[in-house]
Write a protein that binds this ligand. Sequence first.
Ligand code: PLP
Length: 433
Amino acid sequence: MTMRFLSTRGDSDAVTASAAIAAGLAPDGGLYVPSRWPRHELSAFDGLDTLDEIGPVFLAPFFAGDPLADDLTAVCREAFSFPIPLREASGRDRLHVLEVIHGPTAAFKDVGARFLAACLERQQHGHRRPLSILVATSGDTGGAVAAAFAGRTGTQVFVLYPAGMVSPRQEKQLTCWTGNVQAFRVAGTFDDCQRLVKNAFADADLAGRLRLSSANSINIGRLLPQMVYYAAASLWHSRAHGRAPSFVVPTGNLGNALACVYARHVGMPIDRIVLATNANRTIPDYLASGNWQPRASVATLASAMDVGDPSNMERLKTLCGDVDGIRDEVSATAINDDRISARIRADFHEHGETWCPHTATAIEAYVDMPDSVRGDGDWIAVATAHPAKFETIVEPLIGITVPVPPALAKLLDLPTSVIDIPPDLTAFSRHLR
Ligand SMILES: *Cc1c(COP(=O)(O)O)cnc(C)c1O
């Protein structure tokens, strides 16, 4: 049966996977979600072990009846081209770590960006003009998208980031590209970058000249592959230990954690799910009070999670109904900067573990759990970025230099190219022609 995707706002036509991926946002402004949920029997995964074996089987129902269905094996091979190991945490009995940090830009966003790029490239055949992808980034997203699309035919990427507001290594990952990827350093804030992208989409002249698309984190093409590493980790763990693991997930815009909820919803062996936010406490406050109060974001050490109005809550509400339904699925804890720093320092000195600030929120949330919850099962903390990417925060806390992983080192050695622009559409669109 063909799988269709509907908008969370209920006012857009149902479309198949590749159309939902090409559109990004639904026409009514909502987010695409599956119109019905498949149910996986675990026996379907017997004999399958690696991510690129599990991925096509897990994702097949979501692509049923779609032109990309026959390409799933190849798309998964491109998306899961680097290891995502599940290992024991040192010095803690029943804690494991899922390291989604070994991709080209050393953060979990590589998975979604690479899957999206592999899907979109395959949809460009027969178009004379390239697909122009606009991305506003506060750091990690832009690098992952740039790396994923670099060199792919039929697509070009324009990345906008705020001058002086991204880390030196993040900036390098945004500006080391040639060919079909161009970085713009905007004299303004992240909000200015987002506004520029929005205005470009609304500009009739640009829309007439270019085929515009976006690659932001609400695209269902980024969520779907993230489910695969939760499916794989839950299979690996339950095969090895005979128990379904619980997950604790660093959370900002809620894309990564939502993929975990979805994976459990289709039948994967996952017990509890805990969301760890930084001082942007919109989600924990909502679960506590029942009032949804989005707010402006505050800057924290875990900057990729600085989100005050998490977009994917719209999808979680669609899945669970009211706040009680959401409380049945997840719990949430906020971790402030002092506790992030203290956890990075303590775990390095006591256990020899080096966490990035985002991963540290998950570890701290785990340590902070009541004994009755923590001791009740096996836990997997999701590591979302390599600490070497946030060395200016991590190294002063642990007192040594964090070795740079080879994939990241390769990018840091490339020459830089960037166009400086003021925060206005006239300047930006001149470069888009
Ligand atoms: C984007 C990001 C997060 C937050 O993920 P969401 O899907 O937005 O909740 C956490 N950690 C790192 C390193 C990130 O880049």
